[in-house]
Ligand binder design. Structure first.
Ligand code: OSB
Ligand code: MG
Length: 374
């Protein structure tokens, strides 16, 4: 039983080691919202809201999420006991449209809390079955094909098991060709367009079929399921959807329409772990592989993603980079590391998320804080 007494919201500033550029925008410093949740029984849990500074990936931002959590979501969880975190989507969705990342932040915090109350790792609470998860890297758009190829080479040599490169019109075919040439024919490679194309670009995108990519992620707009189905008919490369998949229903629609053959699950995008598990299960029944995407999370968000990625149908490497890829210093101890085989270890011997939040460091980079009480 969860009986939340208070939630502390913090906004921290975490500078990226280098800017991260995708087709829809660039990030230099992350503004990250962390939640600290306090139960009546003394249990304390953590979660991270993955909304960005700007509404380029989805409609949400850190500021809309802050509003949604303080005004609409926190009051619902602070006012009554919750038997199980899986009950939260129903509690949140009644009369509150959208705001999936805000909902996910509260819901995922409650999963960590419930796991800690039971004394089990979050991965176990979620139904995970692995103690190591394979990791891929996501490389932002670079100035030249050669610069991208050098980045990809360094990442592969570090052990990453999947190399994803961001593409956009003007930085696509030549860039992917250069990476494939550098890495050789057998390395798992993919491209992510973050909705940069339209169906009118189909003939152009067909050129990517020459590079044996394991998938192309989100080529068209988020709402374009029918057009993705049309594009998939023309491509041999499997389409993977990211931005488009915001619910279990939408995943079923993708499968029914043939709009994609793989799903990138980001728990923030779909409203939390309950829906993530639902999508995972629907895909498993339909033979659709899934993998865990990333949103430039700090070590708190990473913990939640690693736990989710330990479920059985997460059969492709996730965007689960270790702390040092993005941060000079992460907010958790121990920091997240990747072994030489490109695997991140699931903290299966610790309750909840399995890492500690470095409070002194968090305090030193907190720029806004609000306490919400019962
Ligand atoms: O489309 O997967 C994406 C980061 C921000 C917004 C969207 C995306 C990404 C990434 C980063 O690809 C993956 C990571 O966190 O390592
Ligand atoms: Mg993506």
């Amino acid at each position: 039983m969860i009986e939340l007494q208070r939630i502390v919201l913090r906004e921290i500033r975490l500078p990226l080691k280098e800017p991260f550029r995708i087709s829809s925008g660039v990030v230099k410093d992350r503004r990250i919202c962390l939640l600290e949740l306090f139960d009546a029984d003394g249990t304390v849990a953590w979660s991270e809201c993955v909304a960005g500074e700007n509404p380029n990936y989805s409609a949400e931002t850190i500021d809309t999420a802050w509003l949604a959590i303080t005004e609409w979501l926190a009051p619902r969880v602070l006012s009554k006991p919750i038997a199980h975190p899986a009950d939260l989507p129903a509690l949140f969705d009644k009369g509150i449209c959208g705001h999936n990342m805000a909902k996910a932040a509260v819901e995922m915090g409650c999963w960590d809390l419930a796991a800690r109350q039971r004394g089990v790792p979050l991965s176990e609470m979620l139904g995970g079955s692995r103690d190591r998860v394979a990791t891929g890297i996501s490389i932002g758009i670079q100035a030249t094909p050669d610069a991208l190829a050098q980045r990809a080479r360094a990442a592969f040599d570090q052990g990453y098991r999947k190399i994803k490169v961001k593409i956009e019109p003007g930085a696509d075919i030549d860039y992917v060709r250069a990476v494939r040439k550098e890495l050789g024919p057998s390395v798992h490679m993919m491209a992510d367009a973050n909705s940069a194309y339209t169906l009118a670009d189909a003939a152009h995108l067909v050129q990517l079929d020459a590079f044996n990519l394991i998938m192309i992620e989100q080529p068209l707009s988020r709402d374009d399921l029918l057009r993705h189905a049309e594009l998939q008919k023309r491509l041999t490369t499997p389409i993977c959807l990211d931005e488009s998949i915001t619910s279990v229903d939408r995943a079923e629609d993708m499968i029914a329409l043939g709009a994609g053959r793989i799903i990138n699950i980001k728990p923030g995008r779909v409203g939390g772990f309950t829906v993530s598990k639902g999508i995972h299960d629907v895909c498993q029944r339909s033979g659709i592989p899934v993998w865990c995407g990333g949103m430039l999370e700090s070590g708190v968000g990473r913990a939640h993603n690693v736990a989710l990625a330990s479920l059985p149908n997460f059969s492709l490497p996730g965007d689960l980079s270790p702390s040092a890829r993005y941060w000079e210093r992460d907010v958790v101890t121990p920091e997240w590391t990747m072994d030489k085989e490109g695997m991140v270890h699931v903290p299966v011997d610790k309750p909840g998320i399995g890492v500690n939040v470095d409070m002194d460091f968090v305090d030193s980079i907190t720029v806004r804080q609000e306490e919400l009480r019962r």
